[in-house]
Design a protein around this ligand. Structure first.
Ligand code: SF4
Length: 348
């Protein structure tokens, strides 16, 4: 795995993005921002699953006005997502947002961008230049690949911000197509010093979207690229946060709660391992500590194959071996598989 790309840190509220800080997991609310109560409730749900930054859509004046009340009800830093109307960005800044996202594809006049940048600069609020393959500005050269067009759009906007002596910048270049997204980030990572927000846009429902996101985000992270991630899913935003942490955990980039190791089961298993692993997974959701727990389908191969697990169970007919770091510590009756394993997890 490549060492992480060095980027210039920025602060969104109390959260540092870039500069070697832990990779930040973020999400976006799916409520109507004008509905303050529902939006606060959803942000609280995100706080409960350790989301670190949250973005809100600000499609109109009422939504911009709602930000102030929403901010009062939550503790997560809030980023306003602005498209088309720069005045909404100014209002969001007045309402006290911690960050802005602007899409250079739909706020094109430099005078308007300048007005937003000046207001953000006065308050020390960072701006994400959020380029999206689906809403690109007209390219100077239509022959350019989509990845290059995305990079060009971002560079043009960065130049404008820099000309105003503004450097609280974060950049994203998202496409649905994974190779396009990867190519765009690889390119820009070498050209700018700013932190990168990475993700695959409109990735889909959890079943497929998590795979698409894991392949794209995972590949970039492996190359050392990326300072904050958002997994975009057609689902409750909690799913995005859980998936985000799983991606980071699978590359050992962050620790977050337990890791479940479970064997795929095969003809050697004499117990319903799918059912047991699902039950263990459910129980582990209640635990916040990092711990590696194994559920294995046979006594012969189980303990050895999962020897780096902190606690594990290897099941045989009617009985199972309980093990720690591959060493047997006890024998369990089938009716107690779940309870004994979880008691050991609690003790760990
Ligand atoms: S641990 Fe045992 S049951 Fe599970 S896949 Fe391996 S050999 Fe099969």
């Amino acid at each position: 795995m490549n060492p992480r790309r060095v980027s210039k840190p920025i602060k969104i509220g109390q959260v540092t993005v870039g500069g070697g800080a832990p990779i930040v997991v973020q999400s976006m609310t799916k409520t109507d921002t004008r509905d303050v109560r529902s939006t606060i409730n959803q942000i609280k749900e995100l706080e409960d699953c350790d989301c670190e930054l949250v973005r809100l859509a600000v499609p109109d004046t009422q939504a911009a006005q709602a930000i102030q009340a929403i901010k009062r009800g939550v503790s997560l830093p809030i980023i306003a997502d602005i498209h088309f109307d720069y005045r909404l960005a100014l209002m969001a800044l007045d309402a006290g947002v911690d960050g802005l996202r602007l899409n250079p594809g739909n706020i094109r006049e430099s005078e308007k961008v300048k007005a937003v940048v000046q207001a953000a600069k006065g308050r020390g609020i960072p701006i994400r230049i959020g380029v999206n393959a689906g809403s690109l500005p007209k390219p100077a050269d239509p022959e350019l690949s989509i990845a290059r067009q995305m990079v060009e759009a971002a560079l043009k906007q960065i130049k404008l911000l820099e000309s105003l002596d503004f450097d609280l910048i974060k950049v994203s270049l998202k496409a649905f197509d994974v190779p396009t997204t990867i190519a765009a980030y690889q390119d820009i990572a070498q050209k700018i010093p700013y932190p990168l927000h990475i993700g695959i846009t409109e990735a889909g429902t959890p079943k497929r979207g998590i795979i698409r996101s894991a392949v794209g985000i995972g590949n970039l992270l492996y190359q050392g690229i990326g300072d904050t991630i958002r997994v975009s899913l057609t689902a409750h935003p909690r799913e995005e946060v859980i998936a985000g942490y799983e991606i980071l955990k699978s590359l050992n980039l962050r620790q977050h709660g337990p890791i479940l190791v479970s064997c795929p089961t095969c003809g050697r298993a004499e117990v319903d391992i799918v059912k047991l692993a699902e039950a263990v997974e459910e129980e582990l959701l209640k635990i916040n500590r990092p711990i590696k727990v194994a559920v294995m389908g046979c006594v012969v191969n189980g303990p050895g194959e999962a020897k780096d697990a902190d606690v594990g169970i290897a099941c045989g007919k009617g009985k199972a071996i309980l093990f720690k770091k591959g060493e047997k510590i006890g024998v369990v009756e089938e009716k107690d598989f779940l309870s004994v394993l979880m008691a050991e997890v609690e003790k760990f």
